[in-house]
Design a binder for this molecule. Structure first.
Ligand code: ADP
Ligand code: MG
Length: 520
């Protein structure tokens, strides 16, 4: 084989491997996309429709395929959703580049053409961004909420969650608008119940139980508890237990007792100086102290993560004391309950000071319910997507119509530009435009309709000035995405186009695969 052929074969291998990976996830795209069942060697099953999850779980050896997985992960981390679209687009760009190779185009020419096309296309997205968004700050109450709900619904369509579309979408919008952004939404999945039982909890959930058990009833809301938050001071310090000195048995016992007495003295301060009922402690609490406190009607939850302590402090509006020597004042009137899920007890502490105005927690806890662990995982993934896109629109502004309509409009815009460029680069730009249309084509195809008819009808609509038409997944042909409320973040589409182009170009630039020595 000549050197030229060798290089070409490296490209072809990479492209083939990448496209094979694309084909496995392609059928999941869109509202009628199918689910995949992933089974590992141990028989563990994941049922999912989420492109990034499928790719993460695939055992991929070929470098070209691995690059596709990377781009899906990148899209997920930046935009939370749109992973399958990114991968499908990259697959089509690669397929089209193979045709260009055959026509004699050099990979560099293709890369340059693709790169330029991606810039022009994504610039045009600004013009496709919907005006509705601009009324976000307008006086119309509820308008922005309604719009955000549509964003959430589009992300959920086709997923397990779809059965509870309205309530889930509303929950996501409420969670993100209350918390400011998706990073401040804590999601807690509790098996049992149905998706519709999911709710927002304004408070703190502790994955903990009282030390030494308690007689409290499960699922009963206790009110008016007096609580204290304490950082440290109720167990022997490490140093005290590990001292390297020789002591005879008696001296050692009295040394130990003095430590214990210190601790009990501190515990006594809590009992004498406060009327605390529940003590939340960051560090550990010695057993002797726990039983002493219990005798004095104080229940203890210890070894709480710092984050939980901070959350409790914020939710209740009370301070965390460093040691019992401080002047401590318990926080009054706290409502709480114990819930048992899958044999694990959780303590739910309700936020807010009873007599004060509602406090802002800066974060929200979304309690997810689902019948089994398998469905619950997929529910969680659906929520992640929906929470993410709502946050993206809320913080990065802007949305476009979905169903691939923005991609088709970008393609038409590019074609008018390509004609004026001429030459070989024009061919690459045209190939890029064709690839952009693969999103709508695949959505239509996965719904059992003719992809070509759909794309041609959408192109025609764009020529006539309508950029909101997309695949009609129920009846075939096209329908107005504006009527269906199918909208998605502009940033998601922009990132999908840029990432897909980047990975395609990276694959095209590789002309050799060389084995590396493994790192010891
Ligand atoms: P991704 O991983 O790319 O988000 P999805 O399977 O979630 O893949 O499909 C997303 C695509 O489906 C987006 O282009 C979105 O606009 C489109 N879509 C969602 N709902 C509809 C609908 N009712 N009709 C047509 N397209 C839709
Ligand atoms: Mg999606």
């Amino acid at each position: 084989m000549s050197e030229g052929e060798n290089k070409k074969s490296a490209q072809t291998h990479n492209i083939r491997a990448a496209r094979q990976i694309v084909d496995t996830v392609k059928t999941t795209l869109g509202p009628m996309g199918m689910d995949k069942m992933l089974v590992d060697g141990g028989g563990n099953v994941i049922v999912t429709n989420d492109g990034a999850t499928i790719l993460r779980e695939l055992d991929i050896a070929h470098p070209g395929g691995k690059m596709i997985v990377e781009v899906a992960k990148m899209q997920e981390s930046l935009c939370y959703d749109g992973t399958t679209s990114t991968v499908v687009l990259a697959g089509q760009l690669l397929a089209n580049s193979e045709m260009l190779f055959e026509k004699g185009l050099h990979p560099n020419v293709i890369c340059r053409g693709y790169h330029e096309a991606s810039q022009v296309a994504t610039d045009y997205l600004k013009e496709l961004t919907l005006d509705q968004w601009k009324s976000r700050d307008s006086d119309e109450p509820g308008h922005s909420n309604e719009f955000l709900t549509m964003i959430a619904k589009t992300a959920i369509t086709g997923k397990t969650l779809e059965t509870s579309l309205d309530s889930v979408a509303q929950l996501c919008v409420d969670a993100v608008t209350a918390a400011g952004n998706v990073d401040n939404v804590r999601v807690l999945s509790l098996p049992g119940g149905s998706i519709d039982d999911s709710y927002l909890f304004n408070g703190v959930v502790l994955n903990k139980d009282f030390v030494g058990g308690s007689d409290y009833d499960i699922n009963y809301t206790y009110e008016a508890a007096d609580v204290l938050l304490l950082n440290t001071g109720l167990e022997m310090e490490k140093g005290e237990e590990n001292v390297q000195v020789q002591l005879d048995a008696q001296t050692y016992q009295s040394f130990k007792d003095s430590g214990k007495n210190d601790l009990l003295a501190r515990a006594k301060m809590i009992v004498d100086n406060t009327d605390c009922g529940i003590l939340f402690v960051r560090d550990g609490v010695a057993e002797s102290v726990i039983s002493y406190l219990k005798k004095n009607d104080i229940d203890v939850i210890h070894r709480l993560p710092e984050s939980s302590m901070k959350r409790l402090s914020k939710a209740l509006g009370c301070s965390i004391y460093q040691t019992p020597e401080e002047q401590m004042k318990p926080f009054k009137n706290v409502s709480w309950e114990i819930q048992k899920h899958n044999d694990v007890n959780y303590i739910f502490v309700y936020g807010g000071q009873p007599d004060a105005v509602a406090i802002s927690l800066d974060e929200t806890t979304l309690i997810l319910r689902g019948a089994t662990n398998t469905t619950l995982d997929e529910v969680e993934r659906g929520f992640d997507d929906a929470l993410g896109v709502v946050s993206l629109v809320l913080n990065n502004g802007g949305a476009v119509y979905g169903g691939g309509s923005a991609y088709v409009a970008m393609a038409s815009h590019l074609r008018t530009r390509a004609a004026s460029i001429g030459g070989r680069a024009q061919m690459a730009i045209e190939a890029f435009s064709d690839a952009l249309e693969s999103i709508s084509a695949t959505i239509a195809e996965n719904a059992g309709h003719d992809p070509l008819d759909t794309v041609l009808a959408m192109r025609h609509a764009v020529l006539n000035g309508s950029t909101s038409m997309g695949p009609d997944v129920n009846n075939g042909g096209i329908t107005d995405m504006a009527d269906l409320g199918v909208v998605e973040p502009t940033e998601l589409v922009r990132q999908a186009v840029l990432s897909a182009t980047e990975v395609t170009n990276a694959i095209l630039r590789i002309d050799d695969i060389i084995g590396r020595k493994g790192v010891e």
